[in-house]
Design a protein around this ligand. Structure first.
Ligand SMILES: N[C@@H](CCC(=O)N[C@@H](CS)C(=O)NCC(=O)O)C(=O)O
Length: 274
């Protein structure tokens, strides 16, 4: 149930499952900026698998907000749903939203590209709701027009930036979004048999992304957060499925998260350009 935070205080609260997914961009920004922050973790096992979510927490506005899903951000008595709204709000609080309108638009452009065009199709494919080849690797522009092209887009944006930041001359929400998607994709892929070759294919020739990863991962607050106990509760998992490890089959939830990564990696290696 919700943590007992005083709605009248300005403590920021994120409530999200014990995986990275839609929660991680808020978390990275909040920890990096050392915000007054409550990182409330909802156990997938205790709240979702048990069945209570579907009849209780989902329909509690105090828990799941007006849109009845997680993440939610609570601040100053307000509760906000939708990952994009949560991340933009926290970026404003943390000073990670550029000021100039065009720069703000560019930061949102990059974040939306990552969220809508890379992450959402992948999350849906892990759960079997979308198709790895059609929706993650391919798209309107043919069988190689999605994941590989979108990672190349991020490389080109960073390579063209004299500052090394995604937008303008200062760190923004876009840098945290790039850092999270590349770091988590690489780390999880390297856990499966076809992963190392797939990572090499996707990221091996991306020097600007590599430099950006080093810059982000060595920020002192990011480095200490990634070593912390709390990061290890949810950081290793791309989706809620990851937290269930090998039990997804017995629970009738299909492939494990790592089986999904192996499917993705092996399909990547079969692409014409691989
Ligand atoms: N469009 C929403 C999707 C939110 C969503 O689907 N959240 C998932 C967890 S990642 C959830 O709470 N699912 C349970 C449910 O919708 O009942 C967003 O961008 O935040």
């Amino acid at each position: 149930m919700p943590q007992d935070t005083d709605a009248a205080t300005d403590t920021l609260l994120l409530r999200y499952w014990n995986c990275s997914a839609r929660g991680m961009l808020v978390r990275y920004m909040a920890y990096d900026a050392a915000l007054d922050f409550v990182d409330e973790i909802v156990s997938l096992e205790e709240t979702f698998v048990s069945g209570s979510w579907a009849i209780k927490e989902k329909f509690s506005p105090e828990f799941s907000g007006p849109l009845k899903a997680l993440p939610v951000v609570e601040h100053n008595g307000e509760i906000i749903n939708q990952t994009s709204a949560c991340t933009q709000y926290v970026a404003e609080l943390a000073g990670f939203m550029p000021e100039a309108p065009a720069d703000r638009a560019k930061a949102i452009m990059i974040c939306s590209h990552i969220y809508e065009d890379i992450q959402v199709p992948m999350w849906d494919s892990f759960w079997g709701w979308k198709d790895w080849e059609r929706d993650v690797l391919g798209g309107y522009g043919g069988p190689t027009s999605a994941l590989a092209l979108k990672i190349s887009n991020l490389e080109q944006i960073l390579a063209a930036s004299p500052s090394g930041f995604a937008v303008g001359s200062q760190i923004s929400i876009a840098d945290f979004a790039i850092f999270y998607v590349v770091e988590s994709l690489t780390r999880r892929m390297l856990e499966v048999a076809s992963g190392p070759d797939a990572v090499e294919m996707l990221l091996g020739d991306k020097p600007a992304i590599a430099q950006h990863q080093t810059m982000m991962s060595t920020r002192p607050n990011i480095a200490s957060y990634r070593k912390s106990d709390i990061w290890h509760v949810y950081g290793p998992y791309w989706t809620g499925k990851g937290t269930l490890e090998d039990r997804t089959h017995e629970l009738g939830l299909g492939d494990t998260e790592l089986e999904g990564f192996e499917t993705l990696a092996s399909l990547l290696l079969r692409l014409p350009s691989a």
